[in-house]
Design a protein around this ligand. Structure first.
Ligand code: ADP
Ligand code: MG
Length: 244
């Protein structure tokens, strides 16, 4: 079996609200192995987005620890400073946010070159070329020079996916990345993710309320009211990614 790349150790997250404390995640223990395409399904409000924010360090955890092993480094995510975290995330992890988070004043292609230019991994001319290739991969290249407001939600979602791949990260975490896509485009995106895992050894964690995900990933877990359900039967052993 491949080495662990993401480990959540007794992770809990409680939101403090005016109405009191709300436990959104309860004592999560999860190991994700390199090259896995892990799906996490759960109803709206189950804690899926919160779980991803515990992995990518976008939000603080309440108790526990998140470890990420990548680029020969073992990082305890929540022990990094904000600056260290931003730098580390940019190099390690591509994040597809549920609400896309494209920058409105940049064109689609600029939204993808920006993280590359910040990480400094590609020369400016290379970064534009690579951004266009990524837009082609998600089938939206013809709109490259438009602003996000001029394309549909589904098209923005595809740009958000392309942006997550910009720095060729080892890990991709995606929050309902097919939620705004028609079924044909969603299928295509699943194939892109499957191939990134099976052919390029990328590790993918995708959360969704779409139970149809189960057949397309190498392992599928269920989140109910902030708790990961025990793994059963064939699902419990990570399989190698299947080529589609
Ligand atoms: N910033 C927040 N403050 C208070 N409660 C929150 C916050 N974010 C999420 N929650 C609550 O935590 C629960 C899990 O939310 P979330 O992780 O967004 O679920 P999902 O992504 O599965 O729909 C929900 O009940 C939600 O209302
Ligand atoms: Mg969510």
């Amino acid at each position: 079996m491949d080495a662990p790349i993401i480990e959540l150790l007794n992770v809990s997250k409680t939101y403090s609200t005016a109405a009191g404390d709300f436990p959104a995640l309860r004592d999560i223990n999860l190991t994700v192995h390199k090259g896995e395409f892990l799906g996490v399904v759960g109803k709206s409000g189950a804690g899926k987005s919160t779980l991803l924010n515990m992995i990518n360090g976008v939000d603080e955890l309440t108790t526990g620890e998140t470890l990420v092993h990548s680029n020969g480094r073992r990082v305890s995510v929540h022990h990094l400073t904000e600056n260290e975290k931003a730098l580390w995330r940019g190099k390690t992890m591509g994040v597809v946010y549920q609400s896309f988070q494209l920058l409105p004043m940049l064109t689609l292609v600029e939204n993808i070159t920006l993280p590359m230019d910040l990480a400094g991994a590609f020369k400016p001319r290379e970064s534009r070329q690579r951004a266009l290739e990524l837009l082609r991969l998600v089938e939206i290249e013809e709109h490259a020079d438009k602003l996000p407001a001029l394309v549909s939600g589904g098209q923005q979602q595809r740009v958000a996916i392309a942006r997550a791949l910009a720095n060729d990260p080892e890990i991709i975490v995606a929050d309902e990345p097919t939620g705004s896509l028609d079924s044909v485009t969603a299928d295509h995106i699943f194939d892109v993710f499957s191939r990134l895992a099976s052919e390029r050894g990328k590790t993918i964690v995708m959360v969704t309320h779409d139970m149809g995900l189960k057949n397309r990933v190498t392992r599928c877990l269920t989140l109910v009211d902030g708790e990961l359900q025990p793994e059963t039967g064939a699902d419990s052993k990570p399989k190698r990614s299947r080529r589609k």
